[in-house]
Ligand binder design. Structure first.
Ligand code: G3I
Length: 371
């Protein structure tokens, strides 16, 4: 690759800024981002700006480690306009300004997600049967961050198994607009973001369970239909919430699925990697080993596929994770903590709550540098 003088200077300046912001974090130890970049891939993490503003150690680590940042909540429709007419970009602008200041790119997560449509918008879509609420939302959000968001999850989790032959989830968009809503959303996003990569993002694709087999099949059929229709779709996000309660991921099924996606001419991003633990009673170093081993099995399969361009974890440290140790988890181990102690947090992210690198951290780094 040829590097122009201008980009070399910009790169050097960028590195300087990152080091300055990242304090002592990286100091000669290399980072996951650097490991990913050696092969033209990227590394990123999701999180919330209020947490990053409040916690300097977390901020230092993520500035050093990542190329991409992903708003975990701030970009969702329900977060921007929870009540009709009460639009607030405060959190999201804060997130974007943070990314801009620190020269990070941002994945736009997410435009249409059944789980984050405010009640008023659902009612308006149903009452009017008209696309204008979506059009207004897209027009307010997409151009606002034109330069910095270069990947959009236009539709999140479009598939649901066990209901319809076409596999489309029965959400408000399908109910009001029919199956074309996916292509329509992509077309609208393309009109507003001609240079960005437009993606669908889906979960539950990793295991040889009947439901996940069906989801892989139905998602592939949807991708094929969209490609055949000429919809402006560039890539697929695979969320990758691994779950040790489900057993081992199926390397063969994942590899075959990714090959089929790549054969459609789409690129792929691991968009929300983390691990739900199963055995909370094991010693901590063993728990960390279980997590890292499964991440290794997953990434060694996924990164074999050249269409995979990057890896994003859903959080960076165990302090902030949507994965909790639940009452059901406690119930699985009756009597385990009768004499005090407890399982602590779920340990499914690269750094522990004290911001120390865990085996999962080194596994991601090794896998990205060895593929
Ligand atoms: O900010 C409010 C706070 O003011 C309020 O007191 C509190 C009371 O519950 O809620 C806070 O908002 C919560 C928000 O996270 C911030 O922590 C929301 O209730 C809660 O629903 C929201 O959850 C997020 C969820 O998406 C829904 O947006 C999770 O953090 C986030 O990790 C999760 O991310 C999803 C991806 O978008 C799609 N894939 C699955 C993934 C995990 O569910």
């Amino acid at each position: 690759m040829r590097i122009s003088r201008r980009s070399a200077i910009a790169g050097a300046f960028g590195a300087g800024v990152t080091l300055l912001c990242a304090g002592a974090w990286a100091a000669n130890r290399g980072t996951i981002g650097a490991a990913a970049a050696h092969d033209g891939r990227f590394f990123g993490c999701a999180g919330q700006i209020d947490e990053w503003n409040a916690e300097g150690d977390l901020r230092d680590a993520l500035l050093a480690e990542t190329d991409y940042l992903v708003p975990e909540v701030e970009l969702k429709w329900a977060a921007i306009e929870p009540v009709r007419g009460q639009v607030s970009f405060k959190e999201l602008d804060g997130f974007m300004n943070f990314a801009r200041r620190n020269r990070k790119k941002v994945r736009g997560h997410t435009l249409l997600w059944h789980d984050s449509v405010p009640d008023w918008a659902q009612a308006r879509l149903r009452d009017t049967g008209d696309w204008s609420a979506i059009a207004e939302y897209f027009a307010a959000v997409i151009p606002r961050y034109g330069g910095i968001i270069d990947q959009w999850d236009v539709v999140n989790e479009p598939i649901d198994t066990g209901h319809r032959a076409d596999g489309l989830r029965e959400n408000v968009f399908l109910e009001v607009f029919g199956p074309d809503y996916v292509a329509r959303a992509l077309a609208q996003a393309r009109a507003l973001a001609p240079d960005a990569k437009l993606m669908l993002n889906e979960y539950g694709l990793e295991y040889d369970l009947p439901e996940e087999r069906d989801r892989r099949y139905l998602l592939l059929k949807l991708l094929e239909r969209l490609r055949n229709e000429g919809a402006p779709l560039d890539g697929l996000g695979i969320q990758s919430h691994l779950d040790l309660r489900k057993g081992y991921i199926s390397q063969n099924s994942v590899a075959a699925f990714l090959k089929a996606v790549a054969d459609l001419g789409l690129f792929i991003v691991v968009t929300e990697l983390d691990v739900k633990e199963s055995d909370y009673t094991a010693p901590v170093d063993q728990r960390d080993r279980f997590v890292a081993d499964e991440v290794r099995r997953y990434l060694e399969t996924v990164l074999e596929q050249r269409a995979v361009t990057g890896v994003v974890t859903w959080g960076l440290c165990d302090r902030h994770s949507w994965l909790k140790v639940t009452p059901e988890d406690y119930a699985r181990f009756p009597g385990a903590w009768l004499h005090g102690g407890g399982p602590g947090l779920n340990r499914g992210l690269p750094l522990n709550a004290a911001m120390e690198r865990k085996p999962m951290y080194f596994t991601i780094k090794d896998q990205l540098s060895s593929h």
